[in-house]
Design a protein around this ligand. Structure first.
Ligand SMILES: [Zn+2]
Length: 130
């Protein structure tokens, strides 16, 4: 991969990692997210739901940070091969890398893979926006 493209992706990775680290673990704190509402018994199911959502988000966040750090490591160890699909060794399209700089596989190989490995079939960049 060319140096300037690599630098750009490195910037995206570092920025994303900083944002994730700054976010911190979500605490399912109703006083923070519903500051203007008066707590009452009706909030209990909502709190439990928030807790589930928070732990899911925290898990995704940790996985994403791990993926970003792995990508930064690969970038450093083997900059020339960064951005090549780990399976077919074809370059992963730039558009995909700009959305997911930590992607290990091209779309075709990714869709052939299943299982819980990072970047598995249920993982999409959009998951982080919910
Ligand atoms: Zn591939």
């Amino acid at each position: 991969m060319e140096q300037d493209e690599l630098e750009k992706l490195r910037g995206l990775l570092v920025e994303r990692r900083l944002a994730l680290l700054a976010e911190g673990d979500l605490k399912a704190d109703p006083n923070r997210s519903h500051a203007s509402t008066i707590p009452d018994e009706d909030e209990q199911p909502l709190n439990e739901m928030n807790q589930v959502i928070s732990s899911r988000r925290n898990r995704l966040r940790k996985e994403e940070i791990a993926g970003i750090e792995a990508a930064l490591g690969r970038m450093k160890a083997d900059p020339e091969d960064f951005g090549l699909c780990q399976d077919c060794e074809e370059p992963i399209p730039k558009g995909r890398l700009e959305v997911m700089p930590w992607a290990l596989y091209c779309v075709g190989c990714q869709s052939k893979r299943s299982g819980p490995k990072y970047g598995g079939r249920r993982r999409h960049a959009g998951d982080f926006d919910d």
